[in-house]
Design a protein around this ligand. Structure first.
Ligand code: HEM
Length: 200
């Protein structure tokens, strides 16, 4: 428990530092805030990715440091992503309206709802939910992965005319690849478990 809280504080502090450095160097206008949103989203994604696929990596490649730390990384992600929410509010203030609208706004708000519902329930509520916890966690984690995947994969598949350059692909392709790889790693571990159970 103590370790998770410390991890949350460190993740939040690191996301805050990324934001402070970006805004100090670039200013606090719309463009700089969007850059800070893009950078902090990538930092959040690394933590989320470790929460989603860290256990699978630990099993497949014997990386003990990642074993059994899904909740810790998940809570660190939730803490770091609060900075994303803060930047969205700041951008909304600059624009005089909510930055996204319509279906896209609802889609990302649902991602936030899953993030903080899972984080909240992991403090004891999960055991009260009993057998419902695992399916809820499955749906929530995959929804959040799809939310990240949408922002990373689409710009690789359908770049705008101004985005046909190396910097664009460097900023999106590794994250798009990681979004696709994560469920494949989890699937590989599940299939391996099943094969082992069959032969046992
Ligand atoms: C779990 C929920 C969320 C996830 C996973 C997420 C993910 C991301 C990612 C990956 C980026 C970087 C996009 C890029 O580099 O092009 C981003 C940027 C951004 N996000 Fe979020 N986000 C979430 C919630 C929200 C919400 C609720 C809002 C608004 C109400 C929002 C507004 C924005 C904006 C305005 C940007 C900057 C886009 C730009 O570059 O112009 N996000 N988000």
């Amino acid at each position: 428990m103590q370790k998770s809280i410390k991890g949350m504080g460190t993740a939040f502090g690191a996301a805050l530092a990324i934001t402070a450095i970006t805004l100090a160097l670039q200013g606090t206008d719309n463009k700089a805030t969007r850059l800070a949103l893009e950078l902090t989203a990538r930092f959040s994604f690394v933590l989320f990715w470790l929460a989603y696929a860290g256990g699978a990596i630990a099993t497949l490649f014997r990386v003990d440091a990642l074993a059994g730390r899904g909740r810790e990384f998940g809570l660190a992600f939730a803490a770091a992503h609060l900075v994303h929410v803060g930047l969205v509010i700041w951008l909304g203030y600059l624009m005089g309206r909510v930055p996204l609208s319509g279906g896209l706004l609802l889609f990302f708000l649902a991602g936030l709802a899953f993030t903080y519902l899972l984080a909240f329930l992991s403090f004891g509520g999960a055991s009260t939910l009993g057998s419902l916890w695992r399916p809820l966690r499955f749906v929530g984690m995959n929804y959040i992965l799809i939310a990240f995947g949408r922002d990373f994969v689409l710009p690789v598949l359908q770049p705008k005319p101004t985005q046909y350059n190396a910097a664009h692909y460097l900023a999106y392709a590794p994250f798009a690849a990681a979004s696709i790889l994560a469920p494949l790693l989890v699937l590989a571990v599940t299939l391996r478990h099943r094969a082992v159970l069959k032969t046992a």
